[in-house]
Ligand binder design. Sequence first.
Ligand SMILES: NC(=O)c1ccc[n+]([C@@H]2O[C@H](COP(=O)([O-])OP(=O)(O)OC[C@H]3O[C@@H](n4cnc5c(N)ncnc54)[C@H](OP(=O)(O)O)[C@@H]3O)[C@@H](O)[C@H]2O)c1
Length: 333
Amino acid sequence: MQQRQLGPFSVSAIGLGCMNICHAYGTPISQEEAGRVLLAALDAGVTHFDTAALYGFGVSETLVGQFLSRHRSQFTLASKCGMTGVPNEQGVKVRVIDGRPATIKATCEEALQRLRTDVIDLYYLHRWDKKVPIEDSVGALADLVREGKIRSIGLSEVSAATLRRAHAVHPIAALQTEYSLWSRNAEIAVLAACKELGVSFVAFSPVARGFLCGAPLDVTAFDAKDIRRAMPRFSPENYAKNQALLPAYHAIAAEVGCTPAQLALAWLLHQGPHILPIVGTRSADHLKDGLGALSVQLPASVLAQLDALINSQTVHGDRYNAQANSEVDTEVF
Ligand SMILES: NC(=O)c1ccc[n+]([C@@H]2O[C@H](COP(=O)([O-])OP(=O)(O)OC[C@H]3O[C@@H](n4cnc5c(N)ncnc54)[C@H](OP(=O)(O)O)[C@@H]3O)[C@@H](O)[C@H]2O)c1
């Protein structure tokens, strides 16, 4: 398995996103099926597992702990704090962004229990809580490093400016942000800032949440809880226009001799050695397919064809709706 550097850790060049084993897209899978995907990933040589307190409000971390803790020395464990499920007045858990130092430390304690480990290798602030100076949230994470509860610090969906402020408080090992052919915001400033500061860039939603995989999706049949329902690009109106890009995209994949998902991942791997995609899937077969991207070589002419076909000008609809957009740090992306 090809390796890339994730902060101080050498890990498989493609990691597994563990949101999908309990949350987000399509029909939910059973605990046993989740365990099969996690162990298949480990068997295939994946050594970078990405989870968060948010995913299933603790369920993803619990499943990772349940199935992988006995293999703990074989992989790099990344999780996230700063966005969790908090009971509302009716006792129903709702998503809350809270980057206060005390909350970060309490979330870490709970995560260590759920993950059945005594240290998390890479702990991200999932969203910058704009009510709390980034220096204070990163200061709390630096305390956790000193206490030996986490080994390194990451940030998610922050601007280059915020990354620099955070990096001045404590070295940032990794920045995680959406990046794929159809989500190019990171190209404005964040990718260059990561390269300059020696920060690994973890690309989430690398296969465009299913858009760049195989047959077009039926966006009118999404499950009631599917998070793509709230994403403008997947609205029936925008998706119909976006879908028109797929025949040419599939033709390029056929010409290269790879699958569409492999093409999306290979394009990312070719953007720079500091970029590490994490693919999300509920299927061991889909994971195996994605890992095939590691042997796909794309000549400059194909990279140029892909860049011209799918980019911020040719894609219809924002990646997030207004609420979710207000939660990310887009000041100087
Ligand atoms: N930091 C953040 O704010 C943030 C936000 C979102 C996600 N993430 C992380 O990034 C990870 C990956 O992102 P993501 O899941 O949003 O997007 P993604 O990996 O781009 O797409 C996942 C979707 O693509 C499908 N898929 C994946 N590989 C496939 C293949 N080879 N063939 C056919 N379909 C395939 C999956 O369906 P199947 O399940 O059927 O395979 C799923 O519907 C998450 O698990 C999570 O860890 C982080």
